[in-house]
Design a protein around this ligand. Structure first.
Ligand SMILES: Nc1nc(=O)c2c([nH]1)NC[C@@H]1CN(c3ccc(C(=O)N[C@@H](CCC(=O)O)C(=O)O)cc3)C=[N+]21
Length: 286
């Protein structure tokens, strides 16, 4: 069997079309949504991601506010940029590109973001709102996964979902999102240390792998026909000596799935579309 691919790139393009309409409606009210990015250092991967976000903004009519600091920026310099964006009425939401250089305090930085401008939905206040079931910006990758499944009629209500990975950006908030009353999935939150991990993934209708371990999910770990979502994105050096990104789902597991959200072309483009959505939603409340 060959899995049906759920095309995140095409779905993200649909969402961007919808956002373009909403941005036009905002323009009639004299509002231009603005997304800020803060990049510290010159890591080529991070630069590429940030460039992608600004391209996305241009496509839908969101204004880009770009702040770049050198790799040796002091904590005080970073703090000053966040103070400035928090105070800037043209900036409806912003993100600080992670990971930050090791000498900076990531927790402090994330806590300095005004929770109402937290386009990533990763501020402790917003993760707390998610726990409590209050409204707030939702984390982009979990929201993107739920939106992609919804738009492809993958039922969550009553589904058994195994999430592999308990990180703060994907696995843990995804478990919270999927168990909300509006989704009503039954979630088993696993990690690479879970005893007999395969027994949990085999029992699931939907397996979402976000562990950052290339090839972790093998064919014997799923029930044939299951829905499989690959969230892994790890840079590896190929046999040709060139760098490339690889997911957490082994090729044979991708074959055995009924539906597959692939990497690339799946969760990544949806994450970016949800970042734009968070900013437009915030601007609509102006
Ligand atoms: N504060 C913060 N927020 C983030 O959301 C954040 C971050 N830091 N640090 C790094 C990770 C990684 N990330 C990706 C988003 C999209 C793709 C993506 O669109 N990938 C394409 C392939 C690459 C491309 O075509 O550009 C795909 O999967 O098809 C990848 C990775 C967001 N991150």
């Amino acid at each position: 069997m060959t899995a049906t691919l759920l095309d995140g790139k095409a779905t993200a393009a649909e969402i961007k079309d919808e956002l373009r309409t909403r941005v036009k409606a905002l323009a009639e009210r004299g509002i231009t949504p603005g997304l800020g990015t803060v990049l510290v250092g010159a890591d080529p991967g991070s630069q590429a991601y940030v460039n992608g976000k600004h391209r996305d903004c241009a496509e839908v009519g969101i204004a880009s506010i770009r702040r770049e600091l050198p790799a040796d920026a002091t904590q005080a310099q970073v703090d000053a940029v966040l103070d400035e964006l928090n105070a800037d009425p043209a900036c409806h939401g912003y993100i600080v590109q992670l990971p930050l250089p090791g000498h900076l305090d990531t927790q402090r930085v994330l806590e300095l973001i005004d929770p109402d401008k937290d386009a990533d939905g990763l501020h402790p206040v917003n993760l707390g709102r998610l726990v409590l079931g209050y409204d707030g910006p939702l984390p982009c990758t979990p929201r993107g996964i739920v939106e992609l499944l919804r738009r492809h009629d993958v039922a969550l209500r009553g589904a058994k979902v195994a999430v592999v990975g308990r990180g703060n950006t994907v696995g843990r908030p995804l478990g919270l999102l999927l168990t909300r009353r509006s989704e009503n999935a039954t979630v088993t939150l696993c990690h690479t240390g879970t005893l007999d991990l395969a027994s949990h993934t085999r029992a699931a209708d939907i397996v979402i792998v976000a562990a950052g371990v290339p090839g972790l999910l093998t064919a014997d770990m799923i029930t044939p026909g299951a829905v499989v979502v690959d969230v892994g994105i790890t840079r590896v050096i190929g046999p040709d000596g060139k760098g490339r990104y690889t997911g957490d789902v082994a090729a044979e597991a991708a074959e055995a799935a009924g539906k597959l959200v692939p990497m690339p072309g799946g969760v990544g483009p949806m994450t970016r579309a949800m970042l734009l959505t968070n900013v437009v939603e915030r601007a609509e409340r102006d």
